[in-house]
Design a protein around this ligand. Sequence first.
Ligand code: ATP
Length: 309
Amino acid sequence: MNHPIECHALAKRYGELAALDGIDARVPHGQVIGLLGHNGAGKSTLIKLILGLIAPSGGRIEVLGQSPWRAHALRRRIGYLPESATFYASLTGRELLDYLARLKQASRTQVTTLLERVGLAHAADRRIGTYSKGMRQRLGLAQALLGSPELVLLDEPTTGLDPQATRELYRIVGELRADGRCVLVSSHLLAELEPHIDGALILRQGKLLAAGSLHALGEQAALPAQVLLRPREPAMSELIARLEMGGLLTQTRPDGRLELQVPRASKLRVLRELLADPAVVDLDVREPTLAQLYDWLGAGPPSTTEVPA
Ligand code: ATP
């Protein structure tokens, strides 16, 4: 089966600037993929190309098996939550969704269900002008889901959402995945995003720095695991000396715990030894985070000495 998004040597130039440069990527069905990169990396440009709002300068992009440029019918199969969605303040939430359902040729019977799904049923008949930022964002999500799109693009979707609403949003994202939809989420909030995505596309200065499942990217990076040890007081200095000799100790935390970086290849052996060590009272193992992976890939913004593309 075709992938919902396929890019081959995809390029977009704005005059001299290569906003996207030779992107080869495929995004599979039934997965939630993080679209990551520093400010100006090219994320919004890729989203606009997927939506068919701009034409590529080179290469090819296929969305749900079609070239999206000027493919108006294709738009009905894509849901999109823009980064800062603004709506007609004088309409109620229900009126707006009714109107957009007609534009999208989606069933208007979905409107009530969607308002409930995003937790806005109680405010459905209130003017949008009276909505909080978080409520407007939830309305934005509801409009993105009109017509049961096969592909959903969410640009910084948790902006303005409190922790409870953020959890609700990712619960809906999980439902979309379970339903076989493809969800592309652009975000800078790596720690928040990490538990909810299957994989990532990481852009840097218009180039695709890395793509794949988080597991595969983690294996490729082979970053060390972090171990936090609570030592038994009397044996502490002797334990520190041993860990230092093994090159594992990175620092002693203010709470007295010892922080170690354990290479992946020796992780199991080191953990077995630590668990059997009477000088160790407790330990926690933390796998490398998406943020650490991002740093390892060098995905941060370009330095001032780097020549722009
Ligand atoms: P952010 O995280 O800040 O939203 P982004 O990764 O979405 O950034 P893009 O908006 O895709 O980045 O921009 C990529 C590059 O293309 C940037 O250097 C930007 O200034 C440039 N750019 C984007 N749109 C245009 C345009 N219409 N005309 C000229 N340059 C543009």
